[in-house]
Write a protein that binds this ligand. Sequence first.
Ligand SMILES: NC(=O)c1ccc[n+]([C@@H]2O[C@H](COP(=O)([O-])OP(=O)(O)OC[C@H]3O[C@@H](n4cnc5c(N)ncnc54)[C@H](O)[C@@H]3O)[C@@H](O)[C@H]2O)c1
Length: 438
Amino acid sequence: MKISIFGLGYVGAVSLACLARDGHTVVGVDVDAAKLDLIASGRTPVVEEGMIDLVDAVVKSGRVRVTQDARTAVLETSVSLVCVGTPSAPNGSQDQSAMLRLAHQMGEALKAKPAGHVVVFRSTLVPGTTDDVLRPILEEVSGKREGVDFHVCFQPEFLREGSSIRDYDRPPFTIVGAASDTAVATLRELFGHLPCEFHVTTIRAAETVKYSCNNFHALKITFANETARLCEALGVDPFQVMDLVCKDRQLNISPAYLKPGFAFGGSCLPKDLRATMYFARTRDVELPLHAAILPSNRIHIDRAIEKVTATGKRRLGMIGLSFKAGTDDLRESPLVILAEHFIGKGMSLLVYDPDVHLSNLLGANRRFIEQHVPHIGQLIHRDMGPVVDESDVLIVGLADKATREALRKRVRPDQTVIDLVHLGDVEDWPCEVQGLCW
Ligand SMILES: NC(=O)c1ccc[n+]([C@@H]2O[C@H](COP(=O)([O-])OP(=O)(O)OC[C@H]3O[C@@H](n4cnc5c(N)ncnc54)[C@H](O)[C@@H]3O)[C@@H](O)[C@H]2O)c1
């Protein structure tokens, strides 16, 4: 394939070398003449393991050409990978000036190109940029229509500096955000052979995945470093602790707890976080990441309160009360906090939870509910029927498959369901279903 690559920094230069190595003809474009001169003479513009030999080899192969002229690069190739820098502006926003300039240049080039073209944005872009900013510029400047005359897509890059050639060859996955089959087919041809899953999604979702991955990596590093600071105060070896933490592949290094849903609660996580923070304070250890967890969890609870309040309805039914399905543990259940709030606001509330039988509650569990919602006994029903029938809003906090199905069959068109658990496909529900953030 004939490919043009715009921006020959870490991402662009490595892509140029690897694509040329794989037999493609590549035109590299950059505004920096020094980088172009280096590549033209077979030298790498970036310090990366393997790049010295690879750039030398691919330039000698004759499959690499470099230029500052965006127009000829688009005209000579069928696909463009855009890898220009998108650094931080002083206020923290993304500085897209290089990308915007390039979009205008590419628009001009597309105007002059009779054949079709695929533009693949590979730079990290704030979600919405491709659809709302770049596509309109390309269409306006070229006078052509995306999806007809040319195609746009977004494919985030996951390589890491220091191991970029290895990462190019073994990415965690290939994500293609595209609205057209032509763009997907082109990227499948270019990257479909890589030993990883190939996922197609919307452009916005692909842009968001890149941010979520980087934010998650930053979160992991900071968690490990805060844990180390805590370990230092405790006189414990942080490497041993984190090595053991990572050995748990069921709950720690796994998809567990990484699905959007309602706030956490229960008898362990909130109390253990509080104890961690108390200990840290007593030893002057700062743990801002840990300190943000409970407030963030509370914001999730407040969001559910806002959703219910915004319906303007005052007869509420809660499906679920304990802190998670399959248990009657009410201690620090976020659903109990919701119940407490709505009762305090004088709303009518009925509750159904198949696992909670007040007469069976003992010890700390009983004390917790008596302290927070002392009259809950009068509100809990053993059957879901009356709770559904006598409510205008149903707050679904827990729902196994059977409960979900029974609920779907029983709700009326005038009711609103506030879905805290992601009920899944709710298109055939007879009433309005509002997700918490979905
Ligand atoms: N560096 C990484 O490890 C990495 C990994 C994944 C994604 N990314 C993302 O990829 C993008 C590129 O990152 P990078 O580290 O390679 O950037 P970089 O700053 O190293 O290189 C960007 C290049 O774009 C060139 N450029 C600027 N305007 C141009 C124009 N109009 N036409 C042609 N070239 C132009 C610059 O001269 C520079 O050589 C960024 O959005 C970054 O966030 C980077």
